[in-house]
Design a protein around this ligand. Structure first.
Ligand code: PGA
Length: 253
């Protein structure tokens, strides 16, 4: 069975180093209580990430919120896979809808996935529709996002991938609603089917598929009963109490 994974995506928060210390010291004791059963990953912004990942990567896993695909060179402002690796980072969120909204294309997502795998970092590939239409064209969009992100990934690497289904309309404190567990469950089956078409059934079952979008203590359990192998948590991952409740729910399942 695939080990459940709960990932906290802090986005561009908190604004200070002291704030980061406070959240991390709130989360560490919770992680040590659940770590046999659940893998916990926290993804702070770059300035906080590498400092804490150097020091604490034996206690909790760290992930980056983005990476650049070139290995080194004249790319002002970018961060490479080897830099992350050398800082004790294990995971990278790739193709988050908030980055796609800033211009990240399917081609760029594919290059980043490839760069991560080459450097033994685990990409968390985000896919999801902006809205649901009655003609179900959102299914074609998700198929397309997956196929292009995985275009150059060999079957042998399937077990090193994570896919996160994140419907854009469900993301953030201001979202009208989270996805229902039925919507989440159906999409996980759909994604697993596409992965089977790409890699074959035996390899596809090794890919962890997560749900993300307004995950909170009150709905976390429902997603985990719908075949989701874990959760990508945004705003509630900044609150150790709420994040801890989500971890407790995951551990009890
Ligand atoms: P949210 O964000 O939990 O704040 O909706 C999830 C995400 O964007 O990864």
């Amino acid at each position: 069975m695939l080990k459940k994974i709960i990932i906290g995506n802090w986005k561009m928060n908190p604004p200070t180093y002291a704030g980061t210390q406070k959240i991390i010291s709130g989360i560490l004791p919770l992680v040590s209580r659940v770590k046999n059963k659940i893998e916990v990953v926290i993804c702070p912004p770059f300035p906080w990430l590498t400092d804490f990942s150097h020091k604490l990567n034996k206690k909790v896993s760290f992930g980056a919120q983005d990476v650049f695909y070139e290995p080194a060179g004249p790319y002002t402002g970018e961060v490479s896979v080897d830099m992350l690796k050398s800082s004790g980072v294990k995971f990278v969120i790739v193709g988050h809808s908030e980055r796609r909204a800033l211009g990240e294309t399917d081609e760029i997502v594919s290059k980043k996935v490839h760069a991560c795998l080459k450097s033994s970092l685990i990409p968390i590939i985000c896919v999801g529709e902006r809205e649901r239409d009655s003609g179900h064209t959102y299914l074609d969009l998700i198929k397309h996002q997956l196929k292009s992100a995985l275009a150059r990934v060999p079957r042998a690497s399937a077990g090193k991938l994570i896919v996160a289904y994140e419907p854009v309309w469900a993301i953030g404190r201001k979202a009208a609603r989270a996805a229902t567990s039925e919507e989440c469950g159906e999409m996980i089956i759909f994604i697993r089917k596409i992965l089977s078409d790409i890699f074959g059934v035996k390899s596809a079952v090794r890919v962890r598929i997560l749900y993300g979008g307004s995950v909170e203590p009150k709905n976390a359990g429902a997603y985990l009963t719908t075949r989701a192998n874990g959760l990508l948590v945004g705003h509630d991952s900044l609150d150790p109490k709420k994040f801890g409740e989500i971890l407790k729910v995951a551990q009890s399942m």
